[in-house]
Design a protein around this ligand. Structure first.
Ligand code: G16
Length: 582
């Protein structure tokens, strides 16, 4: 009377796991990510793993997001979400890999590893009184999504009690953004402890619109009269139509009439999410960040004329699953007037803002409060952003390897207000329980700064980077501090930089240390890079690391001029290629 129906398991294994036998899977920066044709096996094992993890965690709900985020349309992948909305516990990543690879070998290997896992983790599939597993699955707009979803559903369906016919619970949340799925998982688990029934994605819209409207009321700005004309490039992904819903709600709640959900101030371009082949194609956050130019569909010029008034024009780009956002503007047709406000700039804006709020709030006056505020970055952070935070704002900065899971962990461990953004626009702000209770306990005196911090703990998606919530956060800060996009940009100047991809026969030979800033393998390559970098002068830096989402090695370089940064990246790229050719 075990919870797994073995006959069904074998049948569904044969249906799902035999098309690409022997394929070797590896858990990457954000889950498994490959060409969609080879994903069936790992989708099946991820379904199995998620139910087991749920039972292991006393029936807390686990999330599965089927997405390949910024990758091209033919790819897909899966991210596993923990009960409080974080990325899968890192100690389970190798388990996820081993389970997938055992299934890729043979049914016998799969069953052997599965038994070992169940025994090793002490997962009780006989006495299921604590629960039989609960999973929520969502997907982005890719063509392969429905097929891969079916495989996940097959896997979960194997968990059915022979005698009671109880089946593990799975909620198909449909097409939504990755951060919406994270948030839904978190809210579901909170609701469960409150013994409430199922919760739907409506909670996402309710919570974030409420927070935004609270800020509008507190500061007297409105969605309708933003100081900017904002163009959102939705990368032809799921973020566009979710944003449309959000905008129309914001306007309905503001009780204003809006033509088709759009105001004159906010428009969405690259919103063809129903044409999956256009996804991330010459648009989206990754394209804009890497190429440092406007995406398709966004026109240049910094001014926008509404009713005779000249309004500042600001643009932003989401990525395919809307967990990243970056901003930019361009003064004229000239590409050199393109100004990027990337993840580093979002961090510095929030850092400056919270420093200001804490000062105003009076919380810093009581020395025993000892509030720790800091920024977490990766090696990709522009050298001048780090300098600005430490030298101008005089705040603490930490550096971790690439991957939100690392930054999130560091921010939670080290800070009461931990601001983390990767340069590519992926990030959020985490607030400790301590700061939340300090704020709540002192709020009764009508202090505006305290109220603002309290609202921001609700406006920012606490679980993971979220393009929609981060975008609202940035807009709010610009309104509150009365900053134009130009003011924001002029806080410091970036060191010119260049990011390139080099395709090599085997990227796994590239191993790093020191938060990915130095290579330890292939032997001798770091020495050559160091020598090259030193010939480019004091402001120069370069590093090399294998991507964990694409089959390529990334090379980043910065230097005192654009030409030098580009030349350094190219030469380091050559060193990488040569070293693989030897
Ligand atoms: C994922 C991760 C990010 C990471 C990015 C690129 O983003 O969540 O933390 O920066 O991949 O990683 P890599 O350089 O290893 O390819 P997304 O938005 O693609 O899920």
């Amino acid at each position: 009377e075990k919870l797994i129906n073995l006959q069904l398991l074998e049948k569904l294994y044969n249906k799902n796991c035999t098309s690409n036998k022997g394929f070797k899977y590896a858990y990457g920066t954000a889950g498994f990510r490959y060409n969609a044709d080879v994903l069936n096996t790992v989708m099946f094992t991820t379904g199995i793993l998620s139910v087991l993890r749920s039972i292991y965690l006393q029936n807390k709900t686990i999330g599965i997001m089927i997405t390949a985020s910024h990758n091209p349309p033919q790819d897909n992948g899966v991210k596993i979400v923990e009960p409080m909305g974080e990325m899968l516990d890192q100690s389970w990543e190798s388990i996820a890999t081993d389970l997938a690879n055992s299934a890729s070998n043979s049914y016998n290997d799969f069953i052997t590893y599965l038994n070992h896992l169940i025994k090793d983790k002490g997962i009780d599939l006989i006495d299921t009184s604590n629960g039989i597993g609960s999973v929520i699955v969502g997907r982005d707009s890719r063509e392969s999504g429905p097929r891969l979803l079916e495989t996940v559903l097959d896997a979960v369906y194997c968990f059915q009690h022979d005698s009671t016919e109880r089946v593990s619970k799975i909620l198909d949340a449909g097409i939504l953004t990755t951060p919406q799925l994270h948030y839904l998982v978190y809210k579901t688990n909170v609701a469960k402890t409150l013994e409430k029934n199922e919760i739907g994605i409506g909670c996402y819209f309710d919570d974030f619109t409420r927070a935004w409207l609270d800020l509008c009321e507190l500061y007297g700005f409105s969605t309708e009269h933003l100081k900017f004309a904002l163009t959102i490039d939705a990368a032809n992904g799921v973020g566009g139509f979710q944003m449309e819903k959000m905008i129309s709600l914001l306007f309905t709640l503001c009780k204003t009439t809006v033509d088709g959900g759009n105001s004159t101030n906010i428009s969405i371009v690259n919103n063809d999410w129903q044409k999956p082949n256009l996804l991330n194609n010459k648009c989206g956050a990754d394209y804009v960040k890497t190429n440092q130019c406007l995406p398709n569909g966004v026109v240049s010029n910094s001014k926008f004329s509404t009713g005779g008034e000249n309004t500042q024009k600001l643009n932003c780009s989401f990525d395919g699953d809307a967990d990243r956002v970056i901003f930019y503007y361009q003064d004229n047709e000239n590409k050199s007037s393109f100004h990027l406000l990337d993840g580093d700039r979002i961090s510095t804006l929030f850092a400056k803002f919270f420093q200001h709020l804490l000062k105003e709030s009076g919380l810093l006056d009581a020395s025993d409060n000892d509030i720790k505020v800091g920024v977490v970055q990766t090696a990709y952070a522009n050298g001048n952003s780090t300098k600005y935070i430490t030298e101008v704002l005089k705040m603490d900065v930490s550096c971790t390897p690439t991957g939100v899971k690392h930054l999130h962990h560091e921010a939670v461990e080290k800070y009461d207000i931990g601001i983390y953004f990767e340069a590519n626009g992926h990030g959020t702000i985490v607030f400790s329980e301590k700061i939340k209770s300090l704020v709540n306990n002192s709020m009764s005196n009508g202090n505006k700064a305290l109220k603002t911090i309290e609202i921001f703990t609700r406006l920012i998606n606490r679980t993971v980077g979220d393009a929609i919530s981060d975008m609202l956060g940035v807009l709010a800060v610009l309104c509150i501090l009365n900053l134009t996009p130009q003011d924001w940009y002029n806080e410091y100047s970036d060191l010119p930089n260049k990011l390139i991809k080099v395709v090599v026969p085997d990227r796994t030979v590239f191993k790093t240390t020191n938060a990915e800033r130095q290579l330890v393998s292939p032997a001798g390559l770091q020495g050559k890079i160091d020598e090259l970098v030193s010939s480019y002068g004091a402001d120069s830096r370069s590093f090399v690391r294998a991507s964990g989402t694409e089959d390529a090695v990334r090379v980043y370089a910065e230097s005192s001029t654009k030409e030098m940064a580009e030349s350094l990246a190219e030469k380091v790229g050559q060193l990488v290629s040569n070293c693989c050719g030897e």
